[in-house]
Design a protein around this ligand. Structure first.
Ligand SMILES: *[C@@H]1O[C@H](CO)[C@@H](O)[C@H](O)[C@H]1NC(C)=O
Ligand SMILES: *[C@@H]1O[C@H](CO)[C@@H](O)[C@H](O)[C@H]1NC(C)=O
Ligand SMILES: *[C@@H]1O[C@H](CO)[C@@H](O)[C@H](O)[C@H]1NC(C)=O
Length: 278
């Protein structure tokens, strides 16, 4: 039996797992989709995700946001107007997306057929406290316009979006408002969500949140552990690796010794057997 592939896998596991455990990133994402069939039928869906887990969705029939996980419902007991505020925000976001889609359809004469307008925005917090944000629109599956956070302006992805960009620039300070939201409010709520979800994890109500990666035939589960736990897990795995390598080396040595020592001759063997009988 050759143990080398197994040792290599453990090593690979360490190499991949360690940096991931150390570079913990938390994300808050909102995904909106507006689909039209002609001009009469429209369907709007919106979801909120924390660390890629769906935590809430918006029901456009009743104009309300519905919390999906137990821990996020807790926000409502500490911030009583949170869900009402979110519902209002979604209502106005839906209205804005509808207006934009109607404008695009009219401007480009796309009155026939089905069209899709998507908006994705959110923020992330890295382990060192560094934050990032984005706000992007896509029309019929292609990039349309996105927020340039650094310059607090809009970037058009194609010629069609240039018209929208000019309209938005002349309309006012929406880019600045979005930039402020992503850098402050979004990050603050994300950190609150993370602490609420951690409390739940400690109570054991929920599974560890994490992602599974497949690397050849090796499946690696990456959990969002804290930096210290990450170091402890990494070190433990490292110790296990050292033990594996040592055992492997000793085992190889024993094998080598066994093959190099000549087999005992039969008289000796029989005398040994006699002694044992005696
Ligand atoms: C809800 O909205 C009101 C008015 O805009 C604001 O004063 C309040 O802080 C908001 N509450 C939460 C929890 O976001
Ligand atoms: C829009 O489409 C209609 C009918 O398909 C056509 O008559 C009209 O010229 C088009 N307008 C533009 C600006 O392309
Ligand atoms: C912001 O503007 C500067 C100067 O025009 C440019 O060099 C930079 O690339 C812009 N930032 C982004 C993210 O596009």
């Amino acid at each position: 039996m050759d143990l080398r592939p197994a040792v290599m896998k453990v090593l690979l596991f360490l190499i991949i797992l360690l940096p991931m455990a150390l570079a913990v990133t938390h994300t808050l994402q909102y995904h909106y989709t507006l689909v039209t069939q002609g001009i009469h039928f429209q369907e709007f869906t919106a979801v909120a995700l924390v660390d890629a887990e769906r935590v809430a969705y918006y029901d456009s029939n009743i104009g309300k946001i519905i919390p999906k996980t137990e821990w996020i419902q807790e926000i409502g007991s500490d911030f009583p107007d949170y869900w009402d505020n979110q519902s209002k925000r979604m209502q106005s976001d839906q209205e804005n997306l509808k207006q934009l889609l109607n404008t695009i359809i009219k401007t480009f004469n796309h009155t026939e057929g089905s069209h899709t307008l998507q908006r994705m925005y959110g923020c992330e917090v890295h382990n060192g406290g560094k934050t990032a944000g984005y706000d992007r629109y896509g029309f019929d599956g292609e990039d349309f316009i996105s927020l340039d956070l650094e310059n607090k302006t809009w970037t058009a992805a194609n010629d069609k979006a240039v018209i929208t960009k000019h309209q938005w620039k002349t309309a006012g300070t929406e880019a600045q408002i979005r930039e402020r939201y992503l850098k402050n409010e979004c990050v603050n709520w994300l950190m609150k969500f993370v602490s609420y979800s951690k409390v739940t994890l400690q109570r054991g109500d929920d599974y560890l949140s994490g992602t599974t990666y497949e690397y050849n035939d090796l499946i690696i589960a990456c959990y969002n552990v804290g930096p210290w736990l990450g170091v402890v897990i990494g070190l433990s795995l490292f110790v296990i690796l050292i033990i594996c390598v040592s055992v492997f080396a000793i085992w190889r040595r024993i094998q080598k010794d066994l093959t190099s020592v000549p087999a005992p001759s039969s008289p000796n063997a029989s005398s040994k057997a006699n002694m044992l009988d005696f």
